[in-house]
Design a protein around this ligand. Sequence first.
Ligand code: NAD
Ligand code: UDP
Length: 323
Amino acid sequence: MKIIVAGGAGFLGSYLCEKLLGENHEVICVDNLLTGYEENIAHLKDNPGFKFINADVSKPLDGILDHQPKADRPLDEIYHLASPASPNEKNPKGYHVLGFETMLVNSTGTWNLCELAKKSGAKFLFASTSEVYGDPEEHPQKETYRGNVSTTGPRAVYDESKRFGETITSKFIRTEGLDGRIIRIFNTYGPGMADDGRVVTTFIKKALKNEPLPVFGKGEQTRSFCFVDDMVDGIISAMEKGESGEVYNLGNPDEYSILELADKIKALTGSSSEIEYHALPEDDPLQRCPDITKARTGLGWEPKISLEEGLKRYIEYLRNENH
Ligand code: NAD
Ligand code: UDP
């Protein structure tokens, strides 16, 4: 198949490009390197089935298909993963600093890619987020839960634009004949993740240097962490087996408090780091855990890699590569 991966130079996108190329598909990676890196896709560039286009999907995409490796074949699929993803308030790659770009890529960017999918008859997948549930009052979160999101809070640039991206995708499916599906990705980690303030990378890097681990709030808030290999399998399953118009939670349902995560990372790295408490960021969700019954039954997918196993792999990577 011929496949566009928007956001393909990012953390999840680059794994996705690699896996799709491994299945002998042609892959067009469209990315403006806002939060991604050319190094993420450097190992793919010599593959004749791979093409990188440096472009902003929030701008008109006319002519983008002129860049196809083999223009005689139709476009089969579009994965839309383009968006900043880190909630760190000060990080230059986070969605607070990149608030306008984030709102644009999840709204206009989604619209442009839906149009392209409609025009070319390609299947479409929109990567949404567990953040659409906000600070959830239902636990664990099912796809039917409508969320508890502030429209005016600091995280809204991400949460609300993802919600609007879901609305745009759904409108194209409902009335424009788009074959589309939405995935809501829960916290994912692993080798290649940017050092952009997200918790797993921050804790491991500091633990390896025996520096204090910055825990926000009391560390009692929970998250459910999915290893990247599992997530990429889930994303492909959602495109291949997911039904048009459906929404699928993708994540690992094993839930940990942030203090438990810190303790696990300290133990696995043999670190003497202390815990250092900082203020809890505004609107930081208190609990988050996916109900993945729908992905299990509808996609035949569930994560296979435990937090301990995934952390060991990521720790080894950061230790050896000295990232
Ligand atoms: P990432 O920042 O590593 O990757 C996003 C990629 O999109 C980057 O390469 C960036 O340059 C590109 N991009 C951003 N704006 C663009 C634009 N206007 N035009 C073209 N490219 C653009 O983030 P990630 O962790 O790989 O996340 C990928 C997707 O999954 C995002 O949509 C994110 O919201 C979603 N998601 C990720 C997580 C997670 O834990 N990693 C959780 C929930 C949702
Ligand atoms: N967190 C923390 N210390 C850090 C970074 C994050 O305690 O250095 C907490 C954060 O407050 C949140 C959780 O860890 O409750 C996960 O944060 P992350 O930024 O990884 O992603 P989020 O789930 O908030 O999108």
